[in-house]
Design a protein around this ligand. Structure first.
Ligand code: AMP
Length: 175
């Protein structure tokens, strides 16, 4: 583990039994509050996406937005929002999926990306992979190529990457 990765690890707080018994929640608010750690997290998440001709970063609500914006700015590409139901105003596509703690659905604007796009999906945590897989499905339904995934944290023991069918998968921190 590199010293920069260790610095990030020290700023991720484990909160047992949140939001449900049995879930160890990865609280990233101390990391976000540290200027050096936040910058280094964005650098670590953006770096593997360079030289992949990414045209758009698709960020998953809510914590994915925090990282997606900074990564899109670093890569010089646009930001696409994958949102919880009922938030997007324009024509939408929807996909329902199972979460580590419950069920949920995601939506995207039908014209957010298209066949000319090479998209990187960004979120804070890869757990069971249901959320990222749902986002990838929506992007595919728009006609885009899902080229890569970038996560701050991967909970490797949940084997979520096995649910991601296409694209390279990158995580700055592996548990
Ligand atoms: P999953 O669909 O199971 O891969 O869950 C990923 C989504 O749920 C991400 O958007 C995370 O923000 C959130 N999530 C799942 N498990 C955790 C966890 N242990 N700590 C923090 N966030 C989590």
């Amino acid at each position: 583990v590199s010293s920069s990765t260790r610095a990030l690890l020290e700023l991720i707080r484990d909160v047992p039994d949140f939001p449900k018994p049995g879930i160890v929640f990865k609280d990233i608010t101390p990391l976000l509050a540290s200027p050096a750690a936040f910058q280094s997290a964005l650098d670590a998440m953006a770096e593997p996406l360079r030289h992949q001709s990414i045209t758009a970063v698709a960020a998953i609500e809510s914590r994915g937005f925090i990282f997606g914006a900074g990564i899109a700015a670093r890569l010089g590409c646009g930001l696409v929002l994958v949102r919880k139901p009922g938030k997007l105003p324009w024509k939408r596509l929807r996909h329902d999926y199972a979460l580590e703690y419950g069920n949920d659905a995601l939506e995207i604007h039908a014209d957010a990306v298209g066949p000319d796009d090479r998209v990187a999906v960004v979120d804070d945590v890869l757990a069971t992979g249901g959320t990222a897989a749902a986002a990838a499905r929506l992007l595919g339904d728009c006609g885009a190529d899902v080229t890569a995934f970038s996560f701050l944290i991967e909970l490797g023991f949940l084997e979520g990457r096995g649910r991601l069918a296409t694209g390279s998968i990158h995580s700055a921190i592996m548990y």
